[in-house]
Design a binder for this molecule. Structure first.
Ligand code: CS2
Length: 504
């Protein structure tokens, strides 16, 4: 059976179709970036709210999904064919699978086909929030200054073509201008990307663009638009053809693009909205005044942990996170990183037991049904590691703490960046905006063992730290002689054990 509105009432109970009347829903949210993560997270919370609440309030918060680029055409087409319905497949570590059809997405627009339709939707009086999952790259940050990259060709294009923008900031500026002209209240711009202080960054970049195009609007944005910071969390692997087949075979459902995810789900949001918000706290989200400790914890444990397993596991020859954690050596190594290097550098987080958080992480990573590929984890490492891993190394260097685990990951990354192969010589698919620069730097390792960590756009001045440089040099030289990274991992874990023994 094809997934669409007219078939909804005929779907089997296991598919858990929406219980609410979708025809009454208005789009109060415009979401840019309708990928897997949005569909397993914000759209899921909103669907849950619509199911749980009998008030009309929830029906004001439907989502209009937006893709801006040509690459979004496929998802837009799939969703249109399915009346914006899709299946969320939640996979427990124990093997149980729960499915539910999500109904909170009510429309989908493609900016590259009709930019004005997107701008008008953002400017509509029904719209209260524009939320974003546009990944790090979508924020157009100049890596040298941390400001909006005014030299970017799309930014320049957008300044001159306000009605046909390419960047999300061009769209937002055009929509906000219309709202101000029409005397409508501002909207909240809510980032849902896994980025530190994602709201602050969005604000800075939007103002950076607005200054180039419409200085007059800058003050209005500053005064009227809220940009809540948030920590988002739910592991959402890339959808595989096995997921599509599963629905087809087990439940007789044809869904061209379902989403798979783990049961765990977390959303911690600063309660800072310009124009109202859904009561997401009724369905598990948490509103706080300062999200910083939560996001730091997540980035330095969960995301850093992923990168540790991703880079070391790739070099070793594993394919997925759960497969990597099936190897006791990797579990011991990850625990060593968490306990000795990452956790001592974290501040206490209210209401969270860090020991418990780490155990849950190891369980989540080990979920054998979430075949999260190491290739996905290693994507764009050059923008991830400076946030996930390097701050832990820096703080340990300042405070005389241990750095061996994290530094070995950097040495493995160098080998990986140069060779694009695992230790057996099998090819690895490396996707990184700085791929060429990384490879070029890594290639100099034989002549200058510190060449890779001298890449300032990633490491800043870290190579100038004697202890870091020495530890790194030792690892990278050993790895270049023998890329079997498990030997060095074993040494690091043996050192951990030695430390725990009484010194005689
Ligand atoms: C991963 C994240 O991309 C990465 O490096 O660590 O996508 C991770 O799966 C999510 O942040 C989980 O919420």
């Amino acid at each position: 059976m094809q997934l669409n509105q007219s078939n909804l009432s005929r779907l089997p109970e296991e598919l858990n179709p929406p219980s609410y009347d979708r025809s009454r829903i208005k789009a109060g949210i415009v979401h840019v970036g309708v990928g897997g993560f949005h569909r397993s997270h914000e759209a899921y919370y909103t669907d849950e709210l619509m199911r749980s609440s009998d008030t009309s309030d929830a029906s004001a918060w439907g989502i209009c999904g937006v893709g801006l680029r040509e690459a979004d055409r496929k998802i837009a087409k799939v969703l249109r064919n399915q009346d914006c319905l899709y299946t969320l497949i939640v996979k427990d570590p124990g093997g149980d699978v729960r499915t539910r059809v999500i109904g909170s997405l009510v429309d989908v627009l493609l900016g590259c086909d009709d930019p004005m339709a997107v701008i008008e939707q953002m400017a509509s009086s029904d719209t209260k929030i524009v939320s974003l999952t546009i990944t790090e790259g979508g924020y157009n940050v100049d890596p040298a200054s941390g400001d909006f990259d005014t030299a970017n060709a799309d930014a320049i294009h957008d300044v001159q073509n306000p009605q046909q923008p390419r960047l999300v900031f061009g769209y937002l500026t055009a929509a906000l201008r219309l709202r101000r002209e029409r005397g409508l209240p501002a909207i909240t711009v809510q980032s849902c990307d896994n980025i530190q202080h994602n709201g602050d960054l969005t604000r800075k970049m939007l103002l950076g663009f607005a200054r180039m195009q419409d200085a007059d609007l800058v003050k209005w944005i500053e005064d009227e638009v809220c940009f809540p910071n948030a920590m988002v969390d739910r592991i959402t692997p890339v959808t595989s053809s096995a997921d599509i087949d599963y629905l087809h075979r087990q439940l007789d459902l044809d869904d061209a693009w379902p989403v798979t995810c783990e049961p765990f789900c977390q959303w911690i949001i600063e309660d800072n909205f310009s124009n109202g918000r859904p009561e997401w706290e009724k369905v598990g989200a948490q509103f706080v005044t300062d999200v910083t400790p939560f996001e730091t914890m997540k980035l330095r444990l969960l995301n850093a942990g992923h990168s540790v397993l991703g880079l070391l596991g790739s070099l070793f020859g594993y394919q997925t996170i759960d497969q990597t954690l099936g190897d006791e050596l990797f579990v011991t190594f990850l625990r060593g990183f968490f306990d000795d290097e990452a956790t001592p550098m974290l501040d206490a987080v209210e209401g969270i037991d860090l020991g418990q958080y780490k155990s849950t992480l190891i369980e989540r990573f080990g979920n054998p049904n979430i075949k999260d590929s190491l290739a996905r984890i290693c994507l764009e490492s050059s923008s991830k590691l400076p946030v996930f891993l390097l701050p832990t190394i820096r703080r340990n260097l300042e405070q005389g703490g241990p750095i061996a685990h994290a530094t070995l990951v950097i040495a493995a990354w160098c080998y990986y960046s140069e060779h694009h192969t695992d230790r057996h010589g099998n090819p690895l698919d490396v996707v990184d905006e700085q791929e060429a620069a990384l490879q070029q730097a890594a290639r100099k390792t034989i002549r200058d063992p510190l060449a890779f960590i001298k890449l300032e756009s990633v490491f800043g001045n870290l190579a100038e730290d004697g202890r870091f440089a020495e530890t790194y040099e030792h690892f990278v030289q050993d790895l270049y002689r023998n890329p079997d990274v498990s030997i060095l991992m074993r040494q690091a874990t043996v050192n951990d054990e030695a430390k725990d023994k009484p010194q005689i």
